[in-house]
Design a protein around this ligand. Structure first.
Ligand SMILES: Nc1nc2c(c(=O)[nH]1)N[C@H]1C(S)=C(S)[C@@H](COP(=O)(O)OP(=O)(O)OC[C@H]3O[C@@H](n4cnc5c(=O)[nH]c(N)nc54)[C@H](O)[C@@H]3O)O[C@H]1N2
Ligand SMILES: Nc1nc2c(c(=O)[nH]1)N[C@H]1C(S)=C(S)[C@@H](COP(=O)(O)OP(=O)(O)OC[C@H]3O[C@@H](n4cnc5c(=O)[nH]c(N)nc54)[C@H](O)[C@@H]3O)O[C@H]1N2
Ligand SMILES: [Mo]
Length: 792
């Protein structure tokens, strides 16, 4: 491998646009997995890692939270192209050493692309940027921990620090981390979930009493109808395509609800099967509804009205297990079809076709991801999905259920372990009983509120267990300013990223071991545990020698931060926990409901499944004790004339903010990332042409700031008129911090009102003034709630 430090950065000038692909995976995916793996890891590490990936005695893939098939039904290669890329990215042989940081100033590194930063390899030493310094320099671990303890203890209140978690942290490190933060005295526990499936967690908790999926992978295999809404599994959950293929073979019908015709939902060539290598593969979606961005709530209510009209209802389930049915029935019965076809961009015939599929199915699974959650009405949309499921009793029976497909591989487990700014009181009670201190009860700061607190000088310390907060958060320029105001920023990371370069007065990078690596502590070799999207919990053991002898595990780092900060406050034995993770699992078994006998259960091959009352026994731990139908007025984002609604999404060659490469193969984009996908009508209406470069601007009336990103190439694409798409995080500067989902406070990453200007004509990030009238961005009617229904 050539020295990555000599690697030139990429240039958007090399971007090429080809054809949209008609299928996902195939033999090319295998070729790309192997090529990337060999280039980054070499042959020995490739063999050591990929053969153990997702095996019962191996390690859990850190790419997504898709469940593993049952032990005994796994392939020898139980991974996908993007899982292989994730492993290669972590197990790379490249190293970002102290010499590298001595040779490159922070400012110099900050001028590089996120891709280039990632290519520099694994971090090897703890590093510090001292006040006024221009470079990172090595620091001893003990000094780093003392520095953290001193800064935290110098705060006027524990609420002046905020503690972020990304979803890769294991259950053991997450549990220790939440314990540390609560013993310190705050619930300021922002996590990536706040920006991801929070609308799901809030909506499901209200509707069914628990914020998690009600299905197993078996249910997907057995379903008669599978609806995949707002999700691109071909890229983000590729192993889901194998499950959809099995369902297809068992006779299922599959429907995609998506503004884009994503390749993975069109056709799948399963590289594990001969027909996938030489044949045409399997057709996945029988029906694709090219919905306008944010039209889903209207669609689900219209479907509800059809089920009511046809009396395609499970009256037994409704009577025995639900509440609120009559109000919902009256509400959807009065749905305004003109409005529905307007905001969905779908015809009544298209919607009726899906209605008939629902009517004729006795077991339906509803899958969704970011296309439903990252909107202002995300929570209401999820509750409307639940309503549809309740109407036909599609919950708590084989082949049916609600399936929010989670993102980060352990984001669900982290929540189970208490990584939450709004912890349930019974969790805190159990914590108090186990450790003998009174944990803080008031809700803490989530992701968006943490940024506000840092920006406004109410918080002074930011600590991140994984992740790349500066790039993951919305409103990039505001976040950068907020982080720079901090007294101390700490990142516990495997690899270099942008957040390390946006420093507080003092900044620390604490390098950690990843999932692929062996973890030996005083009591011997350790293993960790994780929970997938279907509540299955299992063990994970890394096979590789750590990237550097100076790395510490996440658990070790968290426990030592706690010791340096808290000393022996409350008599919590941090040494025992970091020397033997079994001690942490003991605490988990006594604190976390559903984790009784944790050590024994998680050690079983394949692990165990967490209890889920609606799935297991059709009991609903809601306020009413029943599944709750919800009535919400239809909301949909409306772009004023001359504007478009922009959704920000992932390419096939990235993991969130980690840019693996520059090939969004299925969409035909190679060599660059600054593109905006537009309907041909919108290109013509704006007076633009395909291939032209434009600036993208948004004017948020609430703070009167014009936000702008520059020089994006227009790509004519199969997306509904009015709905544009571009990659995250390049377009994150356009998302106003205050533009969040109701109730869940999730940034509206899939609903940004923008307008396009010829490149060079966009405005600087500025407060709009009189002269801004010329931008025509004066839109009062961002939202068109159904006023009459609202009043009824
Ligand atoms: N390789 C890889 N795997 C990943 C990730 C990654 O970055 N790379 N990220 C992980 C994480 S953290 C997550 S949360 C998941 C994300 O998984 P996804 O949610 O699949 O990710 P996105 O790229 O955001 O895609 C959203 C999809 O929703 C569609 N969409 C956008 N707006 C709407 C809408 O209003 N209505 C409907 N019906 N559809 C809409 C888009 O066209 C797109 O197909 O993937 C996880 N897995
Ligand atoms: N505009 C826009 N913004 C979005 C989204 C969107 O669709 N559009 N999606 C949102 C979503 S769904 C999510 S989940 C967030 C993601 O937000 P984050 O989770 O904060 O971001 P990642 O890019 O996954 O974090 C990558 C970094 O994690 C570190 N890392 C990797 N592995 C490990 C490990 O094992 N341990 C530790 N300690 N560190 C590790 C590496 O240093 C790497 O640089 O972004 C959100 N932001
Ligand atoms: Mo996510």
């Amino acid at each position: 491998m050539p020295d990555p430090h000599d690697l030139p950065d990429y240039s958007e000038a090399d971007l090429t646009v080809g054809h949209q692909k008609e299928y996902a995976a195939g033999i090319k995916a295998v070729g790309i997995s192997m090529k990337r793996a060999l280039a980054h890891m070499g042959p020995v590490r490739t063999a050591q890692t990929l053969t153990r990936l997702n095996q019962a005695e191996g390690f859990d893939c850190m790419s997504c939270a898709w469940p593993d098939p049952e032990v005994g039904h796994r392939h020898t290669a139980e991974f996908c192209e993007n899982g292989a890329k994730a492993v290669a990215e972590e197990a790379t042989t490249a190293r970002a050493t102290p010499e590298f940081f001595a040779a490159h100033s922070i400012a110099e590194l900050d001028a590089r692309s996120e891709w280039w930063l990632g290519q520099q390899g694994r971090l090897t030493h703890p590093l510090v940027k001292r006040p006024g310094a221009t470079h990172y320099a090595p620091i001893e671990w003990d000094e780093a921990f003392a520095l953290i303890g001193d800064e935290l203890n110098a705060l006027g209140s524990p609420h002046e620090a905020t503690f972020y978690t990304s979803g890769r942290a294991s259950n053991e490190s997450a549990f220790a981390y939440q314990l540390f933060v609560r013993a310190f005295g705050t619930n300021n526990r922002p996590d990536c979930s706040n920006m991801c499936h929070e609308s799901t967690s809030v909506g499901l908790a209200e509707s069914i009493g628990i914020g998690k999926a009600s299905v197993s992978i078996e249910d997907v295999h057995q379903a008669q109808l599978i609806i995949v809404a707002g999700q691109n599994p071909g890229t983000n959950h590729p192993r889901m395509l194998s499950a959809l293929e099995i369902a297809k073979r068992n006779g299922a019908t599959i429907v995609a609800i998506n503004p884009l015709r994503e390749a993975g939902l069109t056709r799948f060539k399963n590289p594990q099967r001969p027909s996938g290598v030489v044949g045409d593969g399997t057709k996945i979606a029988d029906l694709h509804l090219p919905i306008k961005v944010n039209g889903d709530q209207a669609l689900f209510q219209a479907l509800g009205s059809l089920l009511v009209e046809w009396d395609a209802l499970d009256h037994d389930f409704i009577a025995t297990h639900t509440t609120g049915f009559e109000a919902w029935k009256a509400h959807v019965g009065a749905v305004d079809w003109n409005r529905v076809t307007d905001v969905t961009g779908l015809t009544r015939a298209q919607i009726t076709e899906l209605g008939q599929l629902l009517r004729d199915s006795s077991a339906t699974v509803f899958c969704w991801a970011m296309g439903l959650t990252q909107h202002r009405n995300g929570v209401a949309t999820i509750r409307d999905v639940c309503n549809l499921a309740f109407a036909q009793g599609n919950i708590g029976k084989p082949g049916a259920g609600l399936f929010p497909v989670r993102g980060h591989s352990n984001v669900q487990g982290d929540r189970t372990m208490g990584i939450w700014e709004r912890p349930p009181q019974n969790f805190l009670d159990a914590l108090q009983l186990e450790f003998g201190f009174d944990p803080p009860r008031a809700h803490g700061l989530d992701a968006v509120d943490s940024i506000r607190a840092l920006r406004d000088g109410q918080a002074h310390v930011f600590i991140g267990l994984g992740g790349n907060f500066v790039q993951a958060a919305p409103d990039t320029e505001v976040v950068i300013e907020a982080m720079r105001r901090a007294r101390l920023t700490v990142h516990i990371s495997t690899k270099l990223n942008r957040s390390h370069l946006v420093c507080g007065r003092t900044a620390l990078i604490l390098p950690t071991k990843g999932r692929t690596e062996k973890d030996v502590q005083a009591s011997g070799e350790q293993w960790i545990s994780v929970e997938d999207s279907t509540c299955a919990v299992h063990a994970s053991r890394g096979p590789l020698k750590p990237a550097s002898p100076h790395l510490k595990s996440e658990v070790d780092i968290v426990c030592r931060m706690a010791q340096a900060t808290l000393g022996d406050r409350y008599g919590i034995d941090w040494t025992a926990m970091r020397e033997d993770y079994g001690v942490i699992r003991g605490h988990i078994s006594r604190v976390v409901a559903g984790c009784e006998s944790y050590e024994v259960n998680v050690r079983r091959p394949g692990g165990f499944v967490m209890p889920h009352p609606p799935r297991d026994t059709r009991t609903f731990p809601t306020r009413s004790g029943r599944a709750e139908f919800a009535v919400s007025p239809i909301e949909a984002i409306q772009a004023p004339p001359g504007h478009l609604v922009l959704q920000t999404l992932r390419s096939h060659d990235q993991y969130n903010t980690t840019i693996y490469g520059l090939s969004d193969r299925y969409r035909g984009i190679e060599g660059g990332r600054k593109v905006i996908f537009l309907n041909a009508q919108d290109i013509a209406a704006g007076g633009f042409s395909d291939g032209q470069h434009v600036d993208i601007e948004t004017h948020w009336p609430d703070d009167d700031v014009v936000r702008c990103v520059r020089a994006f190439r227009i790509v004519a694409y199969d997306t509904p008129a009015g709905s544009a798409a571009a990659y995250y995080p390049e377009t994150s500067p356009l998302i106003p911090l205050d533009s969040t989902a109701l109730e869940s406070n999730t940034p509206t990453s899939k609903s940004v009102i923008v307008r396009l200007l010829p490149a060079g004509q966009g405005h600087e990030h500025q407060v709009a003034d009189e002269s801004q009238d010329a931008t025509g961005s004066d839109w009062d009617h961002k939202w068109e709630p159904d006023v009459e229904e609202h009043l009824s």
